[in-house]
Design a protein around this ligand. Structure first.
Ligand code: ADP
Length: 663
């Protein structure tokens, strides 16, 4: 078909041809129209695809958790920055259009500006992993770690026009890695620097996966053992049946603990025995499946050998203790007895189990229980040695006297360990003592009457001499002899009364006859009486306090006589005695008797109030006496609910102070 038709051509054409031409032209127009429509739709399609892409890229850019920004030009003007980076920098949209490095100056200070410039200049991307960067957040430099990429940004002509930055904050990962490293290091340290023996064996062949230096040293096969099966490395322990123990732990999943377990290790071709405390611990994977066994052990050969010796020596001690006729027992700090020797069982007829469970208290005579309880309470409190006499029931139900000594055993630091008690039967001695006491009582009684009558006659003779001038003027020393007899008889009478008092105390028959009297007057009278028979003594009385008391006058006089005559007796080189009556505490009166004689050592002070106790010394014979006086004094003052205090030093004299209640 022709491209165009003019009028001369039209005249030449037939109608048919014209019609055809017209149809063709119509078709062409239609085609053109279609082409234009296609083009339009194509354009529309292309445009919408383009829009879609931009949208996707925008979405990716703005919603990405990765911190992104596009910086343009040599001054790195922020062209776009996603919300993530804005939030992270603590900025808002206002950052857009501003120079990045001026807005975040701390980056320039840390050399990141130079990196940006380098990328901008060379086009070579820069990437960093876990780089520490300080950012100024609320005026404080905060350290974080980042993975980041600086990438050159090019225009459509391919020329560099800026830098794209993409940053990921990996601080938590870095921290986690750091912690992992530390914990790994600690784990390594723990295992490898531990003096304890540690190994981890894996699989059914117990391959040595980990073995610290300490265990490698004990094995004695050198360091090249990792990766080898344990029983190939240490065939000697296989022979000792240790494989059974590992297998038991591996199969049961239960740990195995042993103490002072003997194991032989081969060293220089010889088997050497060592003792070990160990635990074999099953090792599980994260699914709980048993994959091996960990060995944690300690060599305790020295302690084990020592314990062995202790056990042997303990056995010997027990055998020895069983041979002793004395009753030996051992108790803890609460007086719970955990050991009785054979003598206890033989005497009581009870079994060891029974005694261990019920103790020995039920064997004690009911009358002794109170004293024992008091002594036991004291011992528990003071943890000092105790001695007591008490009666224990034997297997026939008879009570026998015993002397029981409990010693507080201490270790080398002086810390209390246990009570060791030795109990000896003293029944016969006690009976003997009783007989002697009975005899003394009887003798004292029998002596009292004749001695009193001798004293009566002596005093009668003395008074007769006084009135008889002939005897007086003669040279016969009748009066002085009679005075001496009177003195000696007085001493004898005092001794007899003390003996009788002793029996009264034994029989619990010392009864007080209380009345009201003035203590100052009593002291004065007593001193006057004593002065008659001790004219050389210089006794001074100081009444700092005057009062009456309600007490047994005769007994208190006896106390005074005892203290004062002792003060005279034990002061051979000094005649001065100072007596003072004073008040220290409201409602009480104290009397002090002070001498300047031989004094008493501290150790003896505690004991002088016990019956028949006399201080031993080279001058012992010089001072006559029986050691009864202070015992009686103590009994009397105790029965008056009073107290006695002694201040004394060897060679420096003594002061005895007794205190009683006033009315
Ligand atoms: P004795 O009959 O032996 O004097 P006591 O019971 O009165 O008995 O005294 C007991 C012991 O206390 C005496 O043997 C003596 O060693 C000591 N004693 C008592 N009073 C004094 C004192 N004033 N100075 C030194 N030692 C004293």
């Amino acid at each position: 078909m022709n491209d165009s038709l003019n009028t001369s051509d039209v005249s030449k054409l037939s109608v048919k041809e014209l019609q055809q031409e017209l149809l063709d032209a119509k078709q062409e127009i239609e085609n053109l129209k279609n082409t234009s429509d296609n083009y339009k739709s194509l354009k529309r399609n292309i445009y919408s695809e383009f829009e879609e892409d931009i949208h996707i890229y925008k979405e990716m850019f703005y919603t990405s958790p990765i911190l992104k920004a596009v910086l343009i030009g040599p001054n790195f003007i922020v062209k776009s920055a996603n919300p993530a980076i804005l939030q992270f920098l603590g900025k808002d949209e206002g950052l857009i259009g501003k120079p990045y490095l001026k807005e975040v100056p701390e980056l320039e200070e840390q050399g990141l500006g130079n990196l940006l410039r380098e990328v901008y200049k060379t086009g070579i991307p820069y990437s960093a992993i876990e780089m520490p960067v300080y950012l100024n957040i609320n005026n404080q430099l905060v350290l974080s770690y980042y993975d980041f990429v600086y990438q050159a940004h090019r225009n459509i002509d391919g020329d560099i026009c800026g830098v794209v930055i993409m940053v990921t904050d990996v601080s938590s990962r870095v921290k986690l890695n750091e912690e992992l490293k530390i914990s790994n290091h600690r784990f390594q340290e723990l295992i490898f620097s531990s003096p304890g023996l540690i190994a981890v064996l894996t699989g059914k062949d117990f391959i040595i996966e980990i073995a610290n230096d300490a265990i490698i040293d004990i094995w004695g096969k050198g360091p090249d053992v990792i990766g080898k099966p344990i029983f190939k490395v240490l065939p000697e322990i296989l022979e000792q049946g240790m494989d059974k123990k590992f297998e038991e732990v591996f199969n049961s999943g239960k740990p195995l603990v042993a103490q002072e377990f003997p194991i032989m290790h081969e060293r220089d071709g010889k088997l050497v025995e060592g003792y070990f405390d160990f635990i074999y611990q099953p090792q599980k994977d994260i699914n709980g499946k048993i994959i091996g066994v960990a060995v944690i052990a300690n060599e305790v050969s020295k302690t084990a050998k020592l314990n062995q010796k202790i056990r042997e020596s303990e056995l010997k001690f027990r055998q020895l203790a069983n041979l002793i006729p004395d009753k030996i027992s051992n108790a803890d700090e609460n007086l719970n007895t955990f050991y009785y020797n054979q003598s206890w069982l033989d005497y009581s007829g009870l079994t060891l189990d029974y005694l261990l469970e019920n103790g020995w208290t039920e064997l004690v005579h009911p009358d002794d229980v109170e004293t024992i309880t008091r002594i036991a309470e004291d011992a528990l409190r003071t943890k000092s040695d105790v001695e007591m006499e008490l009666r224990f029931k034997d297997k026939n139900g008879d009570y026998k006297w015993h002397l029981s000594r409990a010693t507080a055993v201490r270790d080398e630091n002086g810390d209390f360990q246990s009570w060791v008690s030795a109990t000896t039967q003293i029944h016969k001695i006690k009976e003997e003592e009783k007989r002697k006491e009975e005899f003394l009582k009887m003798v004292s009684h029998e002596l009292k009457t004749p001695v009193t009558s001798i004293r009566g006659y002596t005093q009668l003779l003395l008074s007769m001499i006084k009135e008889n001038e002939a005897i007086k003027s003669s040279n016969i020393p009748l009066e002085s002899s009679l005075r001496r007899i009177d003195n000696q008889i007085n001493r004898l009478i005092r001794l007899i009364s003390e003996m009788l008092d002793l029996s009264r105390i034994e029989d619990n028959q010392l009864v007080l006859q209380k009345s009201k009297f003035n203590i100052n007057d009593l002291v004065e009278h007593t001193v006057q009486d004593i002065k008659i028979s001790n004219p050389n003594s210089d006794v001074k009385i100081e009444h700092k306090f005057k009062t009456s008391i309600f007490a047994d006058k005769e007994r208190i006089e006896q106390v005074l006589v005892n203290f004062i005559t002792n003060a005279i007796k034990y002061s051979p080189n000094s005649k001065n005695i100072d007596i003072k009556i004073f008040q220290e505490v409201e409602g009480k009166v104290s009397v002090s008797i002070r001498d300047f004689g031989i004094g008493i050592t501290k150790a003896h002070i505690k004991k002088i109030f016990t019956r028949f106790y006399r201080v031993d010394g080279k001058n012992e014979e010089t001072y006559s006496g029986f050691g009864i006086g202070l015992f009686l004094v103590n009994e009397i003052i105790e029965r008056h609910e009073g107290t006695i205090k002694v201040n004394s030093k060897k060679g420096n004299g003594s002061e005895f102070i007794f205190t009683l209640n006033t009315i």
